[in-house]
Design a protein around this ligand. Sequence first.
Ligand SMILES: Nc1nc2c(ncn2[C@@H]2O[C@H](COP(=O)(O)OP(=O)(O)OP(=O)(O)O)[C@@H](O)[C@H]2O)c(=O)[nH]1
Ligand SMILES: [Mg+2]
Length: 395
Amino acid sequence: MAEPTPRCLLIARQAPGDRDDLTQDHLLELAELARSCGFEVQARRALKRAEIASKTFYGSGQLTALAEEVARQGVTHLICDDELRGSQVNAIEKLTGLICLDRTGLILSIFEQRAQSREAKAQVELARCEYELPRLKGAWTHLERQGGGVGLRGGPGETQIEVDRRMIRTRISQLKRELTHLEQVRETQRLGRPKGLPRVALVGYTNAGKTSLLKALTGEGEPKDLLFATLDTTTRKAWLGQDFDPETGEGALEPMHCLVADTVGFIRKLPHQLVAAFRSTLGEVRTADALLVVADAAHPDLEDHLKVVGATLREIGCEPEGVEAQPRLLVLNQVDRLHRPQKLDLKRRHPGAVQACATEGLGVDEIRLWLRELVPGPPRPRALEDWELPETAPS
Ligand SMILES: Nc1nc2c(ncn2[C@@H]2O[C@H](COP(=O)(O)OP(=O)(O)OP(=O)(O)O)[C@@H](O)[C@H]2O)c(=O)[nH]1
Ligand SMILES: [Mg+2]
């Protein structure tokens, strides 16, 4: 018999000054993450709190009330948008009787479900180990309290936690060694790819349509309406037309190609353990000759998504300006879901972007034309947009 879908309650802390609509958007995104992880979302709640309660993060009063409210609805999991300490997770579980997951734990679970290749599996396990290591103490304190041995030093609990820590550290070293080896394999593959073909990487917020654009450009790829559907980098060859300019009559009529790499998507508060563990996969982005930055133009949080993408690109070493900067093209995808005034407004806000619909092939010719410019050399310098630059502190 199939396992029943686990039901969850979602919560997020709303600090004074946090806008209601933003907190609700964050909860909606958390619901998408939960759905992508296989949960059914029973309810979403913003918990207004000025202070963080050090023991339970959200405060025991609000948590107890919530647990009572969902007690008869078959809810088994409590998923929190905030990053919690291990001891806080334990305290919340004890108080509510629900299994508690924080945002990082949820994203890690999705990555664990999706990882297919040896490299992706090792990268996700490394991130999991790094996440669990500082949390062991919380688990131990909890167990120790149950055993009534508070204050004992060098007792059986402490020995056990030292053993657990050592095991995790050993595993981290093994995984790092394995990943260094796999990185060398990847480098050899990269060197073995056809010479002279420009390499372009598809990057962007998760579920924006990167894989759909890979499919539109190369005929391959399996798009899915799930967050983090793609974990492994896939590189395919795209046909860019013939080397011939009908206006000038110049060109040798040779077919022109480039290599397009599809990559893992980004998200707000992408766990730093995952960014670090996916260093090698994301190396494909860093070393690409150009970036196609794909965004879901119909998403209400488009501008925030772009800021997250700009910041994550800088975090992995892709600067928007300077000698090392890669040419970038912003692809505003999913414009089939917008009305004409919205598209005109987008044109005003992002004049250099291509408006596209990857599923119907709209805008793909324009993208091909831009990619063709990469074949003889990089395109001309361009003006940077706000989302690419670091936030300036308010004066
Ligand atoms: N209406 C519409 N839907 C689109 C378009 N492009 C992609 N989609 C849909 O959006 C969903 C996500 O598409 P993907 O191409 O898998 O997105 P992705 O960026 O690769 O997502 P991850 O790999 O999960 O990060 C799928 O259901 C697609 O069919 C578009 O231009 N218009
Ligand atoms: Mg994808």
